[in-house]
Ligand binder design. Structure first.
Ligand code: HEC
Length: 238
């Protein structure tokens, strides 16, 4: 008799639980954090973070992937050093020179003239003065110097760092040096054969930009990978 009573209690209880199930609503959750993770909104403000900022600053000195620092300072000393020692990493090929010419015509010819003699259309119309000729003996321009002035600008000449890529500036540099040669009446420099040598990856126009992202560069950029990020959090939390 007792056991029958127990069994019936059990059935009534079981029935009452089952009857409460409503499949149209979420059920009770055991340890809700297992179902609903504590995720932070991008750029949200939370007490747990330093400065209450979910978005962290990159580690100091972090460079974005593919970006290569330019080592020379924007100072007379930096200019002199670049002028004396920096050289063009791109091979002097016919196609590189042609690309350099096209870019030069877009960015530089208005002032410096198609021949590099300092008589561009803006000079002819007297919109700007004091444009030097590339064969100016006092300036004695070099590859490193030509790149430097494109990167930082020089007095009345603005910087081209935001409009041109590293490769494009070196392509232009090749063309500027060839114009200097022509102005001086020197024999023109001999071309390197296309697609040869260690720098073969830089030769084709198509490869110029991806070459920046070539694997070797990525390996160096460890600051932007996981390790760097954990350093970031440690640093910011001190
Ligand atoms: C707005 C006109 C203007 C444009 C465009 C311009 N330049 Fe210049 N450039 C100047 C002026 C002005 C100077 C002289 C600066 C000085 O010495 O004060 C100069 C000087 C130079 C020099 C001589 C630097 C030296 O060693 O003394 C080079 C090389 C040069 N420019 C290259 C370029 C190249 C390459 C481009 C295109 C990417 C370019 N410039 C576009 C105005 C211009």
């Amino acid at each position: 008799m007792k056991s029958l009573f127990r069994t019936s209690i059990f059935f009534i209880l079981a029935l009452s639980f089952v009857s409460c199930v409503d499949n149209s609503k979420p059920n009770y959750q055991y340890m809700p954090n297992m179902y609903e993770t504590v995720s932070y909104e991008p750029y949200g403000a939370y007490d747990v973070f330093v400065d209450e900022q979910e978005a962290k600053l990159p580690v100091e000195g972090t460079v974005s992937r593919g970006w290569r620092p330019y080592e020379y300072e924007n100072s007379p000393e930096g200019f002199a050093a670049a002028k004396a020692e920096n050289t063009n990493p791109l091979p002097y090929t016919e196609s590189n020179l042609a690309k350099g010419k096209a870019l030069y015509t877009i960015y530089c010819a208005v002032c410096h003239g198609d021949k590099g003699d300092g008589k561009g259309i803006l000079v002819q119309r007297e919109k700007i003065l004091g444009i030097p000729s590339y064969d100016d003996a006092g300036r004695a321009i070099t590859e490193g110097g030509v790149y430097h002035v494109q990167y930082y600008g020089l007095n009345a000449m603005g910087s081209y760092a935001s409009q041109t890529t590293i490769e494009e500036r070196w392509l232009i540099t090749h063309y500027v040096m060839s114009l200097k040669n022509e102005l001086l009446g020197s024999p023109s420099r001999e071309f390197t054969e296309e697609n040869t040598g260690a720098e073969g990856q830089h030769v084709d126009g198509e490869n110029l930009i991806p070459a920046v992202n070539a694997e070797s560069e990525i390996d160096e950029g460890e600051a932007t990978t996981g390790e760097g990020n954990s350093n970031n959090q440690q640093e910011n939390q001190n």
